[in-house]
Design a protein around this ligand. Structure first.
Ligand SMILES: [Zn+2]
Length: 146
């Protein structure tokens, strides 16, 4: 099913789930690798024409799809991702603070940057409060005012 309508404009799509965050990181790595190969093959350092940029984006996305055929991301997401990585004010490639895996970082987020695997383990390790934990607190804290 091909995406219809306007292209995505918010980086939130990459950060909405751990899976999409990891898919976006993998897509960004494909872009960076193929972009650097293209730059290395250019004899003269020059700015890419729009056609060359489009060809490299297509090559990076085809390479990504060969590795991740069931990905929820499409070519328009790659265009948005590349723009976000070049602006470097909202998203960036980063490393997991625990295992050093490459991950997509939300630069506006204050919490530790973890990959999906480490985040899942951290979430599982946090003990959950019982649902009625507030019932005992209310009884103990209610005292006479005078
Ligand atoms: Zn990790």
């Amino acid at each position: 099913m091909r995406h219809r309508g306007p292209p995505p404009t918010s980086f939130a799509v990459f950060l909405s789930t751990l899976r999409k965050r990891e898919e976006a990181a993998a897509l960004a790595v494909h872009w960076r690798v193929l972009e650097s190969v293209g730059i290395a093959n250019d004899k003269a350092v020059r700015k890419m024409t729009p056609v060359e940029l489009g060809e490299r984006l297509c090559a990076a996305f085809e390479s990504y799809l060969a590795c991740f055929p069931k990905s929820a991301l499409d070519l328009e997401h790659l265009v948005l991702l590349v723009r976000g990585l070049e602006q470097a004010d909202t998203i960036a490639l980063s490393r997991c603070n625990h295992c050093e895996a490459v991950t997509l970082a939300d630069l506006l987020e204050a919490r530790r940057r973890l990959c999906s695997h480490c985040q899942g383990m951290a979430d599982a390790a946090v003990p959950t409060e019982p649902r009625n934990s507030f019932s005992g607190i209310g009884e103990a804290s209610q005292q006479e005012l005078f």
